[in-house]
Design a protein around this ligand. Structure first.
Ligand code: NAI
Ligand code: AKG
Length: 392
């Protein structure tokens, strides 16, 4: 049996990579003809996609670094690790609110600039500290844009800290709505949320609809002295407009995880080096989750937590050979697939067909073996994107 080849494009937690058994997998950062890629923030945009590729595992949440539509058109499944780093981001958002509220960065810099003996330093501390007087969180309003895995955790912890919380997410899932503290209030528009919040925290994916979500016009709606936190992605915020709002005194702080040359060192900007998911726990959780999902997909064809393929789980039929076909979601694809199998005298023992948007996915267990000629014939059907016999 051939080994599956997994290429890593970033440092991936050994705990996750350890889920690929050595007798069935070769895992390396440098190998040819990979079956699967595992990555964090490495960009696949513009990269040549090897024809051998069957699956991509994003050990994290955001998939804007992956050309998902192109992967779909090649029948390549893309997986991520929903929620696996959400607690890490939540903790950094709370840190960000406190850094902003208590003027910690400026105070820290002030202490670094002190010199002299203990008495001199003590006097400077007591004289200087008044410039860093902050404010407390209870009673302040936090607006959370995007109530997914991270947004819900941020909303709930802020509620626990005594804050008023309002949230905006027109596509909140039922599962996330169940997780949300009942006291979190719904904002009906981004504008309403911005105008009512002392802190605004963004937790949306970078997609066309969220690019530039926070622009000059919307910044004008924010309360004077409010703080904006962006732990989502840089382009969700119009940074030029944010820097202007800081300079004009409308905005108190901009806390973000995405430093740029323009923002670095500017008054009011607290920029961190994309640290949201950088905890041992989150790195382990993400790597383990995507490794398990990739293994399941490669070894059984089952799909869990894909961002482009439908969820598809079919127990393996004993003694059967499994076929996995990704195709365009158009009529008569299952009919054509089963006709080819019937013409080749292959009996279908079990079948699952699921669709998601423009893509459909079919798992077929057939009695006996699946000759290569059958796979080639299936690949020739108009609308078929990828065909795989599961090697088990
Ligand atoms: N700084 C860091 O290290 C990290 C950053 N992230 C970023 O955070 C984003 C969110 O992560 P998760 O919460 O795990 O994702 P998620 O998919 O669980 O939640 C995203 C939520 O945003 C909502 N949404 C989408 N468009 C919206 C819009 N226009 N207005 C309001 N809500 C909208 C969705 O309905 C969904 O509920 C990721 O896509 C990624 O870009 C995620 C993890 C780590
Ligand atoms: O892997 C990382 O550190 C980045 C995490 C992230 O941005 C994400 O999960 O979307």
């Amino acid at each position: 049996m051939n080994k599956y080849k997994i290429q890593t494009l970033n440092n991936i937690s050994p705990k996750g990579l350890g889920r690929f058994p050595l007798e069935r997998y070769e895992v390396a950062s440098d190998l040819s003809e990979p079956d699967g890629l595992v990555l964090r923030s490495a960009s696949l945009h513009g990269m040549a996609i090897p024809p051998s590729l069957k699956a991509v595992g994003r050990a994290g949440a955001g998939t804007n670094n992956i050309p998902v539509a192109e992967m779909s058109s090649r029948g390549v499944a893309v997986f991520n690790a929903p929620g696996a780093n959400a607690n890490a981001v939540k903790e950094l958002v709370v840190t960000g609110m406190l850094l902003a509220a208590r003027n910690i960065i400026a105070a820290w810099d002030f202490v670094h600039g002190l010199d002299g003996d203990a008495d001199t330093m003590g006097q400077a501390v007591e004289a200087g500290k008044k410039q860093f007087k902050g404010f407390e969180l209870p009673g302040r309003t936090l607006g959370v844009v995007g109530l997914g895995a991270i947004g819900v955790k941020v909303a709930n912890v802020a509620q626990d800290l005594g804050m008023q919380v309002i949230g905006y997410d027109p596509a909140i899932t039922v599962g996330n709505a169940w997780q949300l503290d009942a006291s979190v209030e719904q904002a009906h528009t981004v504008e309403e949320l911005l105008s009512r919040s002392d802190f605004v925290s963004l937790h949306v994916p970078l997609i066309d609809a969220t690019r530039g979500l926070i622009n000059a016009d919307r910044l004008k709606l924010m309360k004077t002295g409010a703080t904006l936190l962006n732990f989502s992605r840089a382009p969700i915020v119009d940074e030029t407009a944010v820097l202007q709002a800081l300079e004009q005194g409308g905005l108190h702080r901009y806390v973000c995880d995405f430093p740029t040359p323009e923002a670095r060192g500017r008054a009011g900007v607290i920029a961190l080096p994309h640290l949201g998911a950088s905890t041992q726990e989150a790195e382990d959780n993400c790597a383990v989750m995507v490794a398990d999902q990739l293994r399941d997909y490669l070894e059984t064809g089952n799909v869990r937590n894909s961002v482009n393929f439908p969820e598809a789980v079919l127990p393996m039929t004993d003694g059967a050979a499994r076929l996995a076909v990704a195709n365009r979601n158009v009529p008569n694809m299952v009919g054509q697939i089963s006709t080819v199998l019937a013409q080749r005298g292959l009996n279908i023992a079990d079948l699952l067909n699921k669709s998601r948007g423009d893509l459909a996915y079919t798992l077929v267990d057939v009695d006996g073996e699946l000759p290569d000629a059958v796979l080639d014939e299936l690949r020739g059907i108009d609308g078929v994107l990828s065909v795989r016999a599961i090697d088990h």
